[in-house]
Design a protein around this ligand. Structure first.
Ligand SMILES: [Zn+2]
Length: 294
């Protein structure tokens, strides 16, 4: 996996020392998709985290605005062109018959079903995303793209309240505005997580049943690995503990982005939990056509 993906295994380093006027509180807000705008009414901080319909804005300052711009230059996704990356991503997707839809371009998006015939050209300013998506997809087994459970990749748009950042629905990986305009790290984590949902949907009934049996051993022992993006690592561990599907999706992300960490984590456990994790790993490796990650 590319280095920016493998960075997910490390703690999310604070930028307070590099960015004047950045505080712990502000950094947390920026990581969670809040932004600061300069308006006729002065500087305002807020965001549309609950979806396009409800946003809250608070007065901010010129110093905080400066901190936001600097933070965004380091950690945020900036709009830029990368036509080569787009062409290469499109080739990868076309080869597996996965449609690409982008929103926020020419005022409106594709039709609801994203039909290729009426689709406008992809937004040319999602350069970073095209590059990362291309690099990630190249590292996955081709079988993960070829299956019917992954039919569409949507970039942009607004999700329902229940899934405002990203979602997997109707064989589509949906990366909403929140995910494609926030921190790079958040996009990468969410993208692999949603690909993980396509993966768990594609699993056979027998594989799922066996994983569920093992998952209960892990849940009883609270033996999950947490990776920090969007929210902190302990909250991401909790998600896994209480929802089996989320465990599977997050394990896909961890298997691909943090291979060595996952193996070391398993190694550090005591039996019988270690044995259960070893079996989970073996099953995942088989579903990755025996591909393992550094
Ligand atoms: Zn999920």
């Amino acid at each position: 996996m590319p280095s920016e993906v493998r960075e997910l295994r490390d703690a999310w380093a604070s930028r307070i020392a590099d960015v004047p006027h950045l505080t712990e509180e502000l950094e947390k807000d920026f990581r969670f998709g809040q932004r600061i705008s300069k308006t006729e009414r002065g500087y305002l901080m807020g965001g549309t985290i609950k979806g396009g319909s409800s946003s809250m804005w608070y007065p901010s300052t010129k110093e905080e605005y400066g901190a936001y711009l600097r933070w965004r230059r380091i950690e945020g996704i900036l709009e830029e062109r990368d036509d080569d990356a787009l062409i290469e991503l499109q080739e990868i997707l076309d080869a597996s018959d996965v449609r690409l839809n982008t929103r926020g371009h020419q005022g409106r998006g594709n039709g609801a079903n994203g039909s290729r015939e009426n689709a406008p050209p992809p937004n040319p300013r999602f350069g970073f995303i095209y590059r990362v998506a291309r690099d990630v997809l190249r590292c996955l087994p081709p079988s993960h793209l070829d299956r019917p459970q992954l039919a569409r990749l949507q970039l942009g748009g607004w999700g329902p309240d229940s899934a405002k950042a990203s979602a997997f629905s109707n064989d589509a990986v949906l990366m909403y505005d929140f995910a494609i305009r926030g921190a790079k790290r958040t996009f990468i984590g969410l993208f692999l997580h949603e690909l993980g949902h396509a993966h768990e949907h594609a699993m056979s009934r027998g594989t799922r049943a066996e994983l569920f049996r093992l998952y209960r051993v892990l849940a009883d022992a609270d033996a999950f690995l947490g990776v920090e993006f969007l929210i902190d690592a302990s909250t991401r561990r909790l998600y896994q503990k209480f929802v089996f599907n989320e465990f599977l999706a997050e394990t896909y992300l961890i298997y691909t982005a943090c291979g060595a960490e996952l193996r070391a984590f398993i190694e550090s456990l005591e039996r019988p939990v270690r044995r259960a994790w070893e079996q989970v790993y073996t099953i995942f490796r088989a579903t990755f056509d025996h591909l393992e990650y550094a």
